[in-house]
Structure formats: C-alpha cells, structure tokens
Design a protein around this ligand. Structure first.
Ligand code: GLC
Ligand code: CA
Length: 556
C-alpha cells in the first residue's frame, strides 16, 4: 500500500492472548494466529493489528514492556514471528504492531538501572519531581486511579511519573536518547517485515510543567488533568520526528494512532497528509451513552448504558464533513478498552444476529477504515464471571463493594460490571462449541461464561453474522464505498441513513435502529439491492425494514 493507499485498509484487531492457543497453556500465541490466517483471509480483511506481543510482566496485558526487542515467551519466538509475517504476506495480509511509546514496564532495564543507581544515565529517560512540603509534586491523577506520582526508591522526597499503573513509568520524550531509542525499536521491527504500527497512547508523550496543580474544586484526591498531559503541541513535534525517520525506510508505512480524546480539530492535525504524523487515528469521541439510565449506586463507566445513536449520527456527520479533504476516519465499534458494542443495545435484543449485522452495515460502509475487533464478526458479547475477583481489576472491585454497601444485590452489581468492563470484552475467540471454544484444550487465562455463538456453526450457516460480514467486506472494497462522497441524512432518531456517491453511482444505506418496523421513502427510483438484513419490502420506493433491519440499495 502506498501512502495514499491506506484508505483501502480493512483492519482486524487481534488480542493475541485471546485469539488461539496452539501450545496448550491457555494463552493465545503467534502459532495460533498463523493457524488461523486462512480464516482471516476468507473473512475479507487485509490488515492485522496485534495488541502488544513483546516481553512483558503483563501488569497491563503487554502494555508494560520490559524488552522491546523480543517476543514474550508466552506468545512465541522471533522465528515464529518471522513465519507469521511470511505466511501473512503470502496471503497479502499486512501486519501492524502495537508500539508502546509513552511508558515502559518498571522491570525494563532502563528503569531498573535508574532506580538502583543515582548516577545512572537512564535517570534522564524517565520523569521525576520533588515532593512539595511533604506532599506529592502535584494533584494530577493517573488514568488507573490514584496519583501519577510514586516514590522514587533511589532518592528521598522524590517521585516518578506514571500516567497508567505505577508499574508503568512514563518515558521522558524531551530526552533525545529516548526518542532515538524508540526509532531504533521501530526500525528493528520494520527490518522484520512489519507493515506499520498502532501507536499506543501517543497523545500523552508531552507533559506540562509539573509545578502546578489542576483545578480540583475542593477535592482532596488527585484529579484527571488532561490539559496537562494530553494533546500538548509538543506531541506533534515528537511524532513528526519519529514518523519521518521511519518513512525514510518504508514510505508506505501504515500509522494508526490511538488518540482517545482527540476532537475533530486534533484529529485533522494528527492525520493531515501534508504533515508526517498518523494516517488515521482511533478517537473515543464517537460514542456517548444515555447516562440518565444509569443506576446511581455504580459509576456510569461501570454500566453498559444504551448507545446514543442520535449523538453518533451528529458526530459522524460533522466529522465526515470536516475530514473529507484531509483523511479517512477509523470506523469501529469495539476494541480491547471498551465493552463489546452488543452490550450497549437493547438488553433483550442484543443476541439477535440482525442487530450485529445492522451495526456492521451502519459503521463500515461509511467513508473510512474499518477496524474489526476479533469475534465481532460472529456476534461475540462480553463474558460474564461468577465472581468479581475473576475480573482482576481493583477499581471495579471497589465500585462493586460500594454498590453492594448501598443495597444493590451482589449479583446485579456483578452483572452490570461484566457487561461494561474491558476485561470482559477480551474473552477467548469462540471457534467452536467445545468446552473451551476450540481456543485451547486447557482452561483459558481469561475464563467466563459466554453466549453460544461460534465460528464453526456460522461457517455453515448462510444467514449467520459471519457470512454477512464476508458479504459486507466484499462490498466495502468497491470503489464507491472507499472513495465515494458520504452524506448523512438528517432523519428521525429511529433511522440511520447515508448515501455514498461517486461519479454517476449512488448507494443508500438505511439502518433501522429500533425493535419495530420502520419505513423510509426513497426519493429516487431503486435500482439494485446490494445487501439486505432482516425482512425488507419495497413498494413504490417506500421501504419497510423489520426490527433492526438494514438495506444497501443502489438508486438511479
Ligand atoms: C492504551 C491501551 C490500553 C492500555 C494503555 C496503557 O490506551 O489501549 O489498553 O492500558 O494504553 O498502555
Ligand atoms: Ca499458548
């Protein structure tokens, strides 16, 4: 893919620990991925994004890297990695790796040296600050709870900075050696044939002056201080230098940035093709939940509240318009940091295949790059667990206890949390109906109850979600759905409708967001039905779609 060609990417996100276990230890591995490449090829994707596979103590499932130059032993070996690249490329599948630039593991030799030796050259690699009159350097909060500051084991009244877990110290990007070290790591993996990178949390590379508190409105505990550690202008300088050096080696490199809090203007800046930053970014701004439906006893983030489709429609309309001459949006419903989307649609309906198909139609035929999260293509949902401890998340456990203390039943609290938690969205791929879903023959690392969908059954059922995804992705490859102009229609909240136009071709995508039949009047005569989901009737250009149905139709 040449640079301008990234628009043709159809990305499939693999969470390697949960995809396929080939060596019987309950943890997914590279060999498992190799074994499933034909499945992926037949699905119709062309690019794989692997969540981190480097050596890691697994405090944050691989996002805490202790050696960037080696594959984690549980995942496989460098030889297997080379085989994976080769086997993928033989099938014309690209591979992009998740690169963690913002922090390392505390077990990384740089950090270990830095905390053992006050004269270490690696002190420069991390961020430190002195305590203020017996207090922490400032009141900024970590995304994983508590302060961003943790005591420096090496020097009294001194602290190191961690935006995520305290075992994940942030790197100091002001330090030229850090910047060069990261370029060298990326070059090493390019030399092993990777086609690009997903840049983890890159928007946090620059930090404001530590010598200031964030307005706390009377709160004593640390507060999230995004303006001081997200999207600072210096981020772009660092990123530009990084990407530039890599593009000198591989001009058609694909850069998918994770920019969780980026709004339209930042997304435009991060993906401006005149600049050398990302090709496309994943923002979390598309999705908002209907929070008035929340139970006050649990934090809203721990409840899978229904999606606000009205909000999504508005956001998409404006984002598509503003970015149409700049870049292509990333189109996705799921990733490893959020509950699976089916948890966010009508609770009584979420296991209906029609909903999964409608959501895919709605999202992926828009202008942009589909990013499909493993298992989504068979309609996988979050796992549920028997005990809160099975989630392995301290914050969730505290919130569960607080809800129980406020008279919520223990089961109800657990159920709500399971439906909203990212760990429950990382269940093992459901290959078949056997005890461990054909993922492994021993108990998987992340084990819970799941819903009865699997690849084996869906492959032989022409009406399955999986077969629908195959048809959908085939359609997506038509130039009309890549290059065509997109216009979202301003319909009522029951429908999501858009048209794609290219030269003299027009297709209309119509999605019913409700569990009742809905109608839509075409303004132009219907030509050809390209894809259909649910029961559809067409009488004098009046279309009736059954509950959660969708239709892609060409018009004259
Ligand atoms: C990103 C990852 C997330 C991880 C964090 C820290 O947001 O997507 O899973 O916890 O970075 O690396
Ligand atoms: Ca394994």
């Amino acid at each position: 893919m040449a640079r301008a060609d990234y628009k043709n990417a159809i990305i499939y996100q693999i969470y390697p620990k949960s995809f396929m276990d080939a060596n019987h230890d309950g943890i997914g591995d590279l060999r498992g991925i190799i074994n499933k490449l034909d499945y992926l090829k037949n699905l119709g994707i062309n690019t794989l994004w692997l969540n981190p596979i480097f050596v890691s103590p697994q405090v944050d499932n691989g996002y805490d890297v202790s050696n960037y130059y080696a594959i984690d032993g549980k995942m496989g070996t460098i030889e297997e990695f080379d085989q994976l690249i080769k086997a993928a490329h033989q099938r014309k599948l690209k591979i992009i790796l998740d690169l963690v630039l913002n922090h390392t593991s505390d077990q990384h030799p740089w950090f270990q040296d830095a905390i053992k030796n006050p004269k270490s050259i690696y002190r420069e690699y991390y961020l430190w600050a002195k305590g203020q009159n017996g207090h922490l350097p400032n009141n900024w909060a970590s995304f994983f709870g508590g302060s961003v500051w943790e005591a420096d084991p090496c020097q009294p009244n001194n602290y190191y900075f961690h935006l995520f877990d305290k075992r994940m110290p942030d790197l100091n990007w002001k330090c030229p050696e850090v910047r060069q070290a990261m370029v060298n790591i990326a070059k090493f993996w390019l030399s092993h044939g990777v086609d690009g990178f997903r840049l983890d949390a890159f928007i946090h590379l620059a930090k404001a002056d530590f010598n200031q508190d964030f307005p706390a409105h009377g709160k004593k505990e640390p507060v999230i201080a995004e303006p001081f550690y997200a999207n600072l202008p210096q981020v772009r300088t660092y990123l530009r230098e990084f990407v530039h050096q890599l593009r000198l080696i591989k001009p058609d490199l694909l850069i998918l940035g994770e920019a969780a809090s980026a709004d339209i203007d930042l997304t435009a800046a991060y993906t401006n093709p005149q600049d050398e930053l990302c090709d496309t970014v994943v923002t979390f701004r598309y999705f908002e939940s209907l929070t008035e439906q929340a139970d006050k006893r649990l934090p809203k983030e721990l409840q899978s509240l229904p999606l606000d489709f009205g909000h999504l429609k508005e956001v998409m309309a404006t984002w598509q318009k503003n970015l149409e001459n700049i870049s292509y949006l990333t189109l996705y419903w799921n990733n490893h940091d959020m509950p699976r989307v089916l948890e966010k649609v009508g609770i009584n309906y979420r296991s209906q295949p029609t909903i999964a198909k409608m959501l895919a139609t709605l999202m992926y035929l828009q202008r942009g790059i589909p990013c499909i999260y493993y298992g989504e293509e068979i309609g996988m949902q979050n796992l549920s667990y028997d005990q809160i401890d099975a989630l392995h998340d301290e914050q969730a456990k505290k919130a569960w206890q607080a809800a129980v203390d406020q008279q919520m039943s223990a089961n109800k609290a657990l159920e709500l949390i399971c439906r909203s938690h990212k760990m429950a969205a990382r269940g093992v791929m459901q290959w078949d109906a056997s005890k461990y879903n054909g993922f492994s023959d021993v108990k998987p690392w992340n084990f819970g109850h799941n819903t009865a969908v699997n690849v084996h059954d869906e492959l032989v059922n022409d009406q399955s979600v999986l077969q629908y995804y195959r048809r959908l992705l085939k359609l997506k490859k038509q130039q009309l759905f890549v290059d065509g102009k997109i216009t979202l229609e301003n319909t009522n909240d029951d429908l999501y409708v858009y048209r794609r136009t290219l030269k003299n071709q027009t297709a209309i995508v119509i999605c019913n967001l409700t569990h009742q039949a809905q109608q839509y009047q075409l303004q132009q005569p219907a030509d050809d039905i390209l894809l259909q989901n649910g029961r559809i009737t067409l009488a004098q250009d009046l279309i009736t779609l059954s509950a959660y149905g969708s239709l892609v139709i060409k018009v004259n």
